[in-house]
Design a binder for this molecule. Structure first.
Ligand code: ADP
Ligand code: MG
Length: 153
């Protein structure tokens, strides 16, 4: 289940995020993939607006702080940047499991570095720079674990 979109400006990516928010319901682990400058943080601005959790201008990169929290009426968003987190041990000190409360949505940049997050993510969004201000945005949703058939033993 993948959707594919091209945006032509940061504003369009923010608008895309705003609309995407309507299709996201907690609890959720969302991986944001793409090179530096691809637009991951810009997309989070829109998602945060869609959840009425923050204004776009107030969403900044959690590069140094690692986790930013935005509280909305229907969900609490945690914007996480693992660019500078390299070991399993450092990841554990962030306590991501505790953040994934029933109304929690984790929006994680560079989460694919960790196998566990690759495995447990519910949604993966890949951004790719395809022009000066053009970005390709692919959204892939996983089937819930519960409906993936298990082999019969
Ligand atoms: P990342 O978090 O992936 O490193 P950022 O969102 O911080 O990327 O930065 C993306 C940069 O690219 C911003 O300066 C933004 O204004 C610019 N930009 C230009 N066109 C777009 C677009 N279509 N979508 C998103 N960002 C864009
Ligand atoms: Mg970023």
């Amino acid at each position: 289940m993948t959707s594919d979109t091209i945006t032509h400006s940061a504003e369009e990516t923010i608008a895309f995020g705003r609309n995407l928010a309507a299709e996201l319901s907690p609890p959720l682990i969302v991986l944001l993939r793409g090179d530096l400058g691809a637009g991951k943080t810009t997309l989070v601005k829109g998602i945060a607006e869609g959840f009425k959790a923050a204004r776009a201008a107030d969403v900044t990169s959690p590069t140094f702080t690692l986790v930013h929290e935005y509280c909305g009426p229907h969900a609490t968003l945690y914007h996480i940047d693992l660019y500078r987190v390299d070991t399993q041990r450092d990841l554990e000190t962030l306590g991501l499991d505790d953040l994934l409360a029933p109304n929690g949505i984790l929006l994680i940049e560079w989460g694919e570095k960790f196998l566990r997050l690759q495995r447990d993510r519910n949604v993966e969004i890949t951004l790719e720079q395809v022009g000066e201000t053009e970005r390709r945005i692919q959204v892939t949703r996983s089937l819930p674990h519960s409906i993936i058939p298990h082999p019969i033993r």
